[in-house]
Design a protein around this ligand. Structure first.
Ligand code: ZN
Length: 312
């Protein structure tokens, strides 16, 4: 875990990309301290908060959750006395997500099907046994909100439904920094859980125009080119998926036939399966918040990886 100052008093807390759950957090030293996202478990969040205390002593006054995914919210309990900001969809989804004890049981289970094994292995360094789901206590509407951090504005901008229903980004206009949450994965294959390709690409194009420094939810701080590259990936996957969809090729087979080209060296490229399946849902006219049975997709992703290994 590394604390990196990306502008004066603005920090990214970066974790190496070791697969599922290895997300970033952020911190602004101002207005009593603003944390952007907690991490996947209490222990790793405590380490991040210790790093923040090293640059600004005292308990942070505010936390913003960019979205509901557990790798951005399962340390929230350490800031339960703070103002915790999140979009309504984020707060609602947190209470519907898989409970911590179920993920803890999965993480420690000796026998799992290959798709879940792939997921659980990446989580081996975490511990969910003491996680208490703590949703936002300040709801942010679609119109967003601007916080005043001792005269430094922090804009909470709703850009969803893009990667999830309730995506917020945190823009610091005077510092030239935007915390993008998982609207941006940098050099890491994305997954969209809710939302649409069109909204996601719009969100990425907006982020690219907001600030020169972007802190992604996964990966390292970057510039506009990374946001535009991800937008290109999403449109490419949608276009390729459409081609196969029109030929009535099943989604899993389409994922095998798509040439990833420049995106093949992004981490976990087999997540393509999730993205093709999502594109098919869109092409079938599905709603942005349609519930999806994800277990078969984990299995299909592992099969795709095996297929590529056999072709190599
Ligand atoms: Zn994430």
């Amino acid at each position: 875990m590394e604390l990196r100052e990306v502008a004066s008093g603005v920090y990214a807390c970066l974790q190496p990309d070791r697969g599922w759950g290895w997300s970033n957090s952020g911190f602004v030293a101002g207005g009593g301290g603003l944390v952007v996202d907690t991490l996947m478990d209490v222990r790793s969040t405590r380490r991040a908060l210790d790093l923040y205390a090293g640059v600004a002593p005292g308990a942070p006054r505010r936390l913003v959750n960019t979205h509901h995914n557990v790798d951005h919210t399962w340390g929230n309990q350490l800031l339960r006395d703070a103002e915790i900001y999140g979009h309504r969809f984020c707060a609602e989804a947190m209470t519907r997500d898989l409970p911590p004890h179920v993920l803890e049981a999965m993480r420690t289970a000796p026998d799992l099907p290959p798709g879940l094994r792939w997921f659980a292995d990446d989580l081996s360094a975490f511990d969910f046994s003491d996680v208490e789901v703590t949703p936002p206590n300040r709801l942010v509407g679609d119109e967003g909100l601007t916080l005043d951090l001792d005269g430094r504005p922090a804009e909470l901008i709703f850009v969803g439904p893009a990667h999830t229903g309730g995506d917020l980004v945190v823009h610091l206009p005077e510092d030239g920094v935007v915390f993008a949450g998982d609207v941006l994965f940098q050099h890491c294959t994305p997954i969209g859980w809710e939302g649409t390709t069109e909204r996601w690409c719009e969100a990425l194009e907006r982020i690219a125009s907001l600030a020169p420094v972007i802190v992604p939810g996964h990966g390292v701080p970057c510039g506009a080119e990374a946001a535009l590259e991800l937008s290109d990936y999403l449109r490419y996957v949608l276009d390729e998926s459409r081609r196969f969809f029109e030929q009535e090729v099943p989604a899993e087979e389409a994922a095998r036939r798509i040439d990833l080209g420049p995106y093949a060296d992004w981490s976990q490229p087999e997540r393509l399966v999730f993205n093709v399946e999502r594109a098919y849902r869109e092409l079938q006219g599905g709603s942005w918040d349609e519930s999806v049975d994800t277990l078969p997709l984990f299995e299909a992703a592992v099969r795709l990886r095996r297929h590529w290994d056999e072709q190599a």
